[in-house]
Design a protein around this ligand. Structure first.
Ligand SMILES: [Fe+2]
Length: 248
């Protein structure tokens, strides 16, 4: 039998432990521990990009892996890496989005061939990364700053002068939130800035599927087209200029 004093001591001990765990949890310290350093995070991104190009992953498998990795990003470290504070000093365009490169050559441990293209997009309020799809490309966004309205569509069919598309995602995105694209899921995206300025981190892997013969440039389209049966939409093809005139 334990004494009343021992019993109370144990009870207080476990209460203190519990309070400590709860405090650490609420301050997100465990989550922070689970996030890899930005160098290690990039190395994982390089590795999966090369696996996609080497056909060790399908585009859908890559998309899942990329989303898992994107969820574990240390956002302040990523903003520092791309020098977002310097990017923010540039004037944002009156139409469409700016595209700004950044340097990863100084990051320790990355191979010379990283296997992906990269950029930061910036938009002023009300301006858009205009609606477009991609062929033979996987790409993923992480919101760095600001609020965006983001829409995605599956490209169900490609015809001579239009695409048949299906809306899949339509919601607001904030810092740290992400979205990805492949030829087989959520192929078309369209992001409109809802805050005074808004920035997105982008990585894209081109030419991963030798069976796709279309070139991997942007496929501009008008997603606000004629409604078809089954929730599908007839989306006319557009030139970049027309798409920017209407949606930029
Ligand atoms: Fe894109």
């Amino acid at each position: 039998m334990q004494s009343r004093r021992e019993f109370h001591a144990k009870l207080i001990g476990s209460a203190v432990t519990f309070a400590l765990i709860e405090t650490l949890w609420s301050r997100d310290l465990f989550a922070a521990d689970a996030k890899p350093t930005i160098g290690k995070w990039l190395a994982e991104l390089v590795s999966m990009s090369n696996d996609l190009k080497g056909q060790k992953l399908t585009d859908l498998q890559f998309q899942t892996k990329m989303e898992d990795l994107y969820k574990r990003v240390d956002l302040p470290a990523l903003c520092a890496l791309v020098k977002l504070d310097e990017i923010e000093k540039r004037k944002l365009p009156e139409n469409g989005a700016s595209s700004i490169g950044f340097d990863l050559s100084k990051v320790d441990g990355l191979p010379a061939s990283i296997g992906f293209g990269k950029q930061v997009f910036g938009c002023a309020k009300g301006r858009s990364i205009v609606p477009h799809g991609h062929a033979n490309m996987c790409t993923g966004f992480i919101i760095l700053k600001g609020k965006w309205s983001g829409k995605h569509y599956d490209r169900v069919e490609t015809l001579k002068d239009h695409y048949v598309i299906k809306p899949t995602i339509d919601r607001t995105f904030g810092p740290g939130e992400l979205s990805t694209i492949s030829d087989h899921k959520d192929n078309i995206h369209w992001f409109k800035a809802e805050s005074d300025s808004a920035y997105i981190f982008n990585v894209h892997v081109i030419g991963y599927d030798k069976t796709i013969k279309e070139s991997s440039g942007r496929l501009y389209l008008d997603p606000v087209g004629e409604k078809l049966a089954g929730g599908l939409v007839k989306a006319p093809k557009m030139t970049s200029a027309d798409c920017h005139r209407k949606y930029g």
